[in-house]
Design a binder for this molecule. Structure first.
Ligand code: GRF
Length: 222
């Protein structure tokens, strides 16, 4: 077996996806080791959670870079990642748009999770957008990061029904449960070296296919 990949995780908030990745690495389900968690917000609740896993943390406060080019903040983050020997970057609720400079440095080695079935509903509040649009099926996406927001080649997706009476909160909770499944899955495949990007498509080496053929909403037995 090849050596565990050194993984860096960027957060801005509560860090529940980060926790799902840390748990999967700790359990040996993902051949990666958490090298560093970086937050752009000193008060991110995820920082204490990372520390409770014994993972090194760093804060690069966005406030200190206010009014300066975006790239300066990204360079400071990049330095921390390099110093920690990070090979793969996971964005986990990192609420900053990245500079082309940073994206280029990590292209093919940086992934993100988004709470919608891309390319539908990119940007903020993907769950609310799906609900307001009247979508019957919602979900989440893990994708490689490219220069456009929520846009790069798609690694994994999970779909959930939008149910009558859903609020943004109930739908977000249903989606979040799936986020915590597909983010570790995507990171595992990446750490195992099983992903190849061909244009917009991501090929998964040795993919096992034993899937339900469809999710239909409303329930056809209605
Ligand atoms: C998640 O919904 C994720 O899809 C989005 O931001 C949220 C982060 O939540 N990118 P958490 O900090 O991982 O709990």
């Amino acid at each position: 077996m090849s050596a565990a990949k050194r993984v860096g995780i960027l957060i801005s908030g509560r860090g529940s996806n980060m926790v799902s990745l840390l748990e999967a690495m700790r359990a040996g389900e993902v051949p990666g080791e958490a090298a560093l968690v970086v937050s752009d917000r000193p008060d991110a609740p995820g920082l204490a959670k990372a520390a409770s896993f014994g993972v090194a943390t760093a804060v690069v406060p966005r406030r200190e870079y206010r009014g300066r080019p975006r790239e300066e903040h990204d360079r400071a983050v990049h330095e921390r990642l390099e110093a920690a020997g990070v090979e793969i970057v996971c964005l986990a609720g990192y609420m900053r748009i990245l500079s082309p400079w940073f994206v280029e440095r990590w292209q093919g080695r940086m992934i993100n999770i988004h709470p919608a079935l891309l390319p539908s509903f990119p940007g903020l509040h993907g769950q609310r957008q799906a609900l307001e649009h009247g979508a019957r099926i919602a979900g989440c996406t893990v994708h490689f990061v490219d220069a456009e927001v929520d846009h790069g080649p798609i690694i994994a997706q999970a779909a959930v029904p939008v149910l009558p009476g859903d609020t943004e909160e109930t739908l977000a909770a249903r989606i979040l449960e799936q986020e915590h499944r597909i983010y570790p899955l995507a990171l595992r495949l990446l750490c195992q070296g099983r992903l190849t990007i061909e244009g917009r498509r991501v090929l998964v080496r040795d993919e096992q296919i034993d899937l339900p053929r469809s999710l239909v909403v409303p329930d056809p037995s209605s």
